[in-house]
Design a protein around this ligand. Sequence first.
Ligand code: ADP
Ligand code: MG
Length: 689
Amino acid sequence: MAEDILARPVQYLKKVGPRRARYFHKLGLYTLRDLLTHYPRRYEDRSNLKKACQLKHGEVETVQGRVVAVSETQPRKNLSITKVAFHDGSGIFYGVWFNQPYLKKTFTPGMEVIVTGKVDRRYGVQINVSEYEIVEEDGEVIHTGRVVPIYSTTEGLSQRLLRSVIKNAVEEGADACREFLPPGILATYRLMPLPQALRAVHFPTTLEEAAEARRRLVFEELFLLQLGVQMAGRKIKEEGKGVQHRPDGPLMQRFRQYLPFTLTPAQEKVIAQIFRDMESEKPMNRLLQGDVGSGKTVVAAAALVKTVDSGYQGAMMAPTEILAEQHYLTLQEFFWPLGIKVALLTGSLSRREKENYLRGLKSGEYDIAIGTHALIQDEVEFARLGLVVIDEQHRFGVHQRARLRNKGYNPDVLVMTATPIPRTLALTVYGDLDLSVIDQLPPGRKEVKTYWVTPAQRGKVYKFLRQQLEAGRQAYLVCPLIEESEKLEVEAATRKVKEVEAVFGDFRVGLLHGRMKAEEKEEIMRRFRAGEVDILVATTVIEVGVNVPNATVMIIEDADRFGLAQLHQLRGRVGRGEHQSYCIMIADPKTDEGRARMQVMTATSNGFVIAEEDLKIRGPGELMGTRQSGLPDLKIADLIRDAGLLETAKKAAEELLERDPELSAPEHRLLREAVLEKFKDRWDYLHIS
Ligand code: ADP
Ligand code: MG
């Protein structure tokens, strides 16, 4: 019965109907339950009622009065003015509405009305009404004369109507929402019971009450999220035996011996964490975070050596073929002195090469496979897969793991990301992964000097670029981002090449864009690495991971159009060698956000600081991660504002799952259902089929 009320479609609710229902659908509101969780965006405190004699000119005030007279005038075509005279015991005041002639019939003398609006005392006491409400005999006001909820809405659906419909929904539905948080949790964290919280979040009597209601609902949301994420994490750990790697063997010794540099303490620290996981028989599921240039590749190499040293094979997945190729070259250098055999699986292999590699991986002749996502799928078979390394933020969930297990493997998994995720977000998004952070750059790295210039200064930029090229350095020039169309982007890049060639006729200019074939991309990258191309004009395909130490100049056109994370990645392409490097952003920002991004980039090169700033400017919803991670969207929690509650919810979830890992106790049945509901379309995340 109770369920029926919550599932009732909006179109059958009072004041809605099929035509208006469309607007609700636009907002993603289909059922009465959806209305209950369409939480206010903010509140306006209209509870402070003034007397007519106290009204101040120019202020927005709220006042209640009895209708004395109603008039309507039409001074011009297209302009009608409704003027209502009120008396409130202290004096007369006038409410004024523009172009709402139907209001004339709404008000009749004797009616009690509350109005809110800006006061104008020039011609008597007048209020330009922004919100009004007729006070019924014993009715509750919802639009004014109190703390009023303001919702996000859509064109064609007024605040007023939406508020009324939600009011009815709360009246009918709040009590049908059964409390699912265990009494112990409610008591420990002093949380409002659910029906009360729903009433108070929409129609609070005070702002303090609204804050308390919100705290309950935010906690609930983060708690459910944490329960889901942690249950998934536990599943992975309980998947029984994984691969147990051996302590350092002879290969590892030789690997360290041949390293061209000393590992930083930060690299040593994360390697120790990774090795501890690998030596345990539980499957590893670890996220390695490190700013651009922090040296993640060598850490991955160490893990791969360990798996080979233990008699297993390793796989390394890269997001693009260019990066797969680059990893192949890098790892070859580390591995050839050790006799480790590496296969590269990309789309541009000849049939014979490919078959050779596939056969070699299946027989165990090849130790390591490098490639794109396809590596762990389809025809690829391993003799004994011990470790999978995933570079750059692929979501590698329980689903993919299950796939591998079905093939008879249960490898350790190491996910690497160069996008520094603020810790709060990492806790949520990657709650099922253990976290390792490389928080230190290799020594001797010179900070990339970053400049923001206007298009008018392009001449100077080119002059500077010429000096660098003449000194033997190379440069990237990134073309404007054209989000609407890759085709237009390619056209712009092609024009850019012509322009650059005209200025730098004596240097070699190359072009790299997303529409080129894989082999074409690899060829141009090969030539750039080999120093056969001086200026590489590129679209953002260059963004992640590319490592050419002799490139010292990164010029970004219309830089304000890029997001901070992207700019940081682009800048990370230079400053990778011994020479001083430069990042020059050419931009004439039209928005505050664009300007803010330019300022952040020139102020800091710390990826974690940039990520925090990014979160502030953009808000967490959009940040890489929540969208891509496959986690449910957040309805009320704000990961910056509610960072404290997130920690609390995480601890609470840990404690509860410690006692009841599957939430199978009868008193946790409703809670379990709520978790499943929250992850409704993400079964694969929770590993529930
Ligand atoms: P990222 O973390 O961005 O993937 P890379 O692994 O590509 O960084 O490393 C960036 C550069 O730093 C590479 O040229 C690499 O050889 C070098 N490097 C890595 N670790 C060290 C170290 N401990 N000392 C000196 N150079 C290092
Ligand atoms: Mg990398």
